[in-house]
Design a protein around this ligand. Sequence first.
Ligand code: AGP
Length: 364
Amino acid sequence: ESYDMGGHDTYMHKEIHEQVDAVDRVLRGRIDDRFSTVRLGGLNLDAREARGVRRVKILGCGSAYHTGLIGAQLIEELARIPADAEPASEFRYRNPVVDPDTLYIAVSQSGETYDTLAAVQELKRKGARVLGVVNVVGSAIARETDGGVYVHAGPEVCVVSTKCFTNTAVAFALLALHLGRIRDLSVADGKRIIDGLRKLPEQIAEVLRGEQEIEKLAAEYANAKSMMFVGRVRGYPVAREASLKLKEVSYIHAEAYPASELKHGPLALIEPEVPTVAVLPDDDLLEKNRATLEEIKARSGRILAVAHREQEKADHTIVVPRNEPELDPILMGIPLQLLAYHTALALGRDIDKPRNLAKSVTVE
Ligand code: AGP
């Protein structure tokens, strides 16, 4: 991929459409069908060390932190290692307990974000093992970590992350699969995830073919006073990232909450001018999520659902293709990138360079 606009009006649009190839690239040469696992050459973590990991802590900022939330879920689900993500910008100021059995992972597109780099340096000083999930090859975080997984999204120019977000989530799926197969993930489940990963590029292309519909929806929601984004478990990091993206590029105020938390306060904000985007994968929580939609409707809230099938309680549904449930967050985020993009376009925003923001924050 080049810096050439390739017929697109903005880098954001170009980069959203590059995701089909970008995801293909992060998978390329890494799948090992013989053992239903993946090869991650740069990890520097042998099987014995991987088995000794008791916890995983993922650190990043902004969108990178959100991919960390997805990564932590994938690692818990596939490798059954307790995992969580935390903003790198907060981590080192709370004098964290640095545990030798914890695997730390720094995640960054640029590999130069000061807060993330400083967290890595603090961890290294305390003797921790730190891996990187990084896009820019040879960047500071890539150099300072003990090993890691390159994201291979290619150059990302738009301040707002799209293809790197998706590729990082896929890179975490690879890492989780790798750790899982060293531990207790069965051959059958390994194969199931690999088959799902292989389907992603074509399914992303399918989502992108629905762009015109999403453009119409963006026109309808662009007059919102504020927007609420909700999801549960796998849907929640998607809601977090979609809310950030909308804020960054359209300047519409947005909040993201676990759908289960709405009734504990944010429901007070719901009114016709505050629509809700609900991320509703067809999982065990679907019925509970539908009950939340009813609560929103009862307060005259408009609802845009992102789901695997039409949601009758929603005013509109963007239907995304099904894959393996663990991979739901990867596909479900993509229509919401297009929603943010077309909302910003409808509002005449400076899409590639939103006000007050820089692509890489290299100061504290
Ligand atoms: C991306 O949409 C954001 N502009 C921002 O949150 C970004 O993800 C964050 O600053 C971290 O950057 P990094 O991935 O280069 O470390």
